[in-house]
Design a protein around this ligand. Sequence first.
Ligand SMILES: Cc1cc2nc3c(=O)[nH]c(=O)nc-3n(C[C@H](O)[C@H](O)[C@H](O)COP(=O)(O)OP(=O)(O)OC[C@H]3O[C@@H](n4cnc5c(N)ncnc54)[C@H](O)[C@@H]3O)c2cc1C
Length: 509
Amino acid sequence: MSKVKNAYKEIENVVGSDFITDKDFMKAAYSRNVDPAFPDRWADMIVRPESTEEVSEIVKIANKYKIHMVPRGGGADLVGGSVSEGGILIDLTRMNNILEINEKDFYCVVETGITWGNLISQLHDKRLTTGVLGPGSGFSATIGGGLSNSTAGFGSTKYGLVPDICLGVEVVLPNPQGTIIRTGAAANKYAKPFCRYGVAPDFTGLFMGDVGSMGIKTKAFLKLYPETPFKAQRYYMLHRKDYNKVYELMNKLRKEVRDGLHDVLVVPLIVVQLLASMIESKPTKRPRLKGPVFSIMVEAVDERILNVYLEKVNEIMKEEARLFEWQEIDTEARLSKDWKFELKYAYNYFNKYISIVPPKISCTTCHKIPISDLPKMAQLSAEFENKHRNELPLGSISLFATVIFLLPNGNCVIVGGFNADNVDEQREKSMELWHKKLRHQVKYGGVHYWLGEAISQSIVEADAYTPDFIKFFKDMKKAVDPNFLLSPKKFHMYSYDHDISTHIVKEKE
Ligand SMILES: Cc1cc2nc3c(=O)[nH]c(=O)nc-3n(C[C@H](O)[C@H](O)[C@H](O)COP(=O)(O)OP(=O)(O)OC[C@H]3O[C@@H](n4cnc5c(N)ncnc54)[C@H](O)[C@@H]3O)c2cc1C
């Protein structure tokens, strides 16, 4: 029997025959993540464990037969992270229980296969929140995916990235022993998992944003906050299209409104125009669209404080912008004055900006930049676009930013990318340009977040790492995964001896 067949039999004994498959229709169903930028990838088998112990047994068997593994949550990845060519695809969505909601100490313990939609709605019933509510794909995306992709999303302006709310994790290391460890306060077997630092070095960080390459997260310990009762949303349209002004206003809002800001998003003018042209229920008369739209959500524990925040916001914005309602271009849009928290909003606000022409595949290039560099990086991006215009797939739309949003400190996120038709002829061309664009962003100092395969490889290809860093990274990888079996394509980490510098791309000037 082949090693794959042997491994299959042994894993079947662990999880039961209902939760493992090598049937073609199932392999096909799992052959992509949300966007089909990559060609189909068929795993040798798909496994759906129910417990940490089962994950550990699977890992032992994979090591015995030297078969690679890829963990998968909701499969809402956009950069090839949650698919596997051959090997074992480990779907964690059966591990979807909330194990504890501790209302006195403000933390919760969940299995990592639970979706944001599920967790957030159960917390909402108790008037609790995780602050950052996960990615735009959160109805189906999981906590494990959010931690692994160092996800930014709704609430990130105030609460940061998903790893920022993480107090520790339970992880199965991909080594021959299938070692199970807990990090954060939970590394102290006598302690509650209520804080992240102070028991050992911050080993939680080793598994944050690792895109499933350092371990398989099975449980997460997350911060909780009481829900803030008063919220309001305001939109402002800038009088002109100017990235300098966007930076200045974001900076001022951060300085002067601070914790009152729940989310600050900026929709660039071109996207407002595109959205306006696609809307079905247009008003008969529409104002001229002149500049980007700021969407500002403030929150406070008291209505009086909320009003102070709103006044402050207005003071900052009024010289450069006018109050705006989406109803001016879309009669079905809701008025911001009526704004109230609803779960649908958290996960829908973002979707339209990911691929603004939905039937197309999106080659996303979302990344973070220091906010004061926004005008410069918009300029560099425009230069790249001009230079490579002819390489874009036919009919493609390429945008530096479909939405920009503010993070804590001086960061902001640029959501952008280009799209292509979902046909083989365009796929190879897109892949090449995608990596080129990602390398360009890495070289101007952009820092990405969901890295998956396309972005993690592009960072290596851009020659971002020093030789000492590469050695350190490999040594850490070897310590947890001596056979380099977990997600080997990410970061081009195929084996300890593989020289990843051979992947560096020398750009033609
Ligand atoms: C419409 C849309 C909107 C989106 N909006 C956002 C957004 O606002 N912000 C954002 O950051 N992303 C966004 N994304 C991208 C993606 O959905 C998120 O990054 C999400 O967090 C991925 O979660 P998932 O459960 O689907 O993970 P998957 O796609 O299943 O996996 C993502 C990565 O994590 C690894 N992984 C998953 N679970 C585990 C685990 N338990 N242990 C170890 N590794 C694991 C996988 O190997 C893979 O590399 C969006 C995608 C879409 C389609």
